[in-house]
Design a protein around this ligand. Sequence first.
Ligand code: NVA
Length: 308
Amino acid sequence: MNKNILSILDVKDEINELIDLAIQLKKDYKNGKDIRYLKGKRLAMIFERTSVRTRVSFEFGIQMLGGIAISLTKEDIGIGTRETVEDIALAMSRYADIVMYRALDKKDLHEFARHATIPVINGLDIDEHPTQILADLTTIKEKKHTLKGLKFVFIGDGNDNLTHSYMLGCTQVGMDVTVITKKNHWPSKYFLEKATEIAKEKNVKLTITEDLNEIKNADVVATDTWISIWYKDQREQILKDLKGYTVTKDLMKKAKSDAIFIHCMPIFYEEEVTKEVAHGPQSVIIDEAENRMWAEMALMLKLLRRPK
Ligand code: NVA
């Protein structure tokens, strides 16, 4: 496993192990086992973009493992404005044992990780969201008891951080992946090429299509906000482009009858999904939100210390 987890590709070979560890930690904790394997370890979180789930799950996650956390905002630090990325990364490496960084500019994240002497985890950037996909795969495994052989369908904006991470992560664990989106919202070239390579290696299918009927036989249906913060200025155009791609109850009926629905939240109801689906019987979005914590705990544990 790489020192820095900037992409789900950084845990490529350990992905199944991490998912199983997340499930195990959750079970152990709920059964009253002492899981404080990271006593005294210090997590520093840097948020240049607001966060609810990432902040709370990382902060409570490290505490449940016996560690401590602090969180800093863009205004607190002024990365790249008040100080150089390099200087902050070097100093931070002496205070903390691990850093979670949600950067507005992906270049800053990569530069920070290059200079830091401690592990750095990407807490979401314009192109990827590695801890979310780990949580989602954990949720799918809990619900379906397997990952290999499932059909995963993403509907919405193909050029989205979540879509990219799903394409890489789901193919890696042996799922067939279908992305249903408009042609001008196709995933970006780099991720398409990477995911195509993995799909070939794992002998699974990767399909990008405009056709909503391709939801057929889906075991898992996912979507995400159509308008990421990085594309807020394009809101009106994106709404126009993706009209008709809302995940509705009627569309869900075309997937397998036991398909589950996932969404990383926050949700923009009646845009990417109806409230009826997001809170309907097939939805597992709240388990998914909880699993952010267990998956991040597994990741921090693996990066900092294995349980005895
Ligand atoms: N794709 C979303 C993820 C939010 C957690 C965004 O970039 O806003």
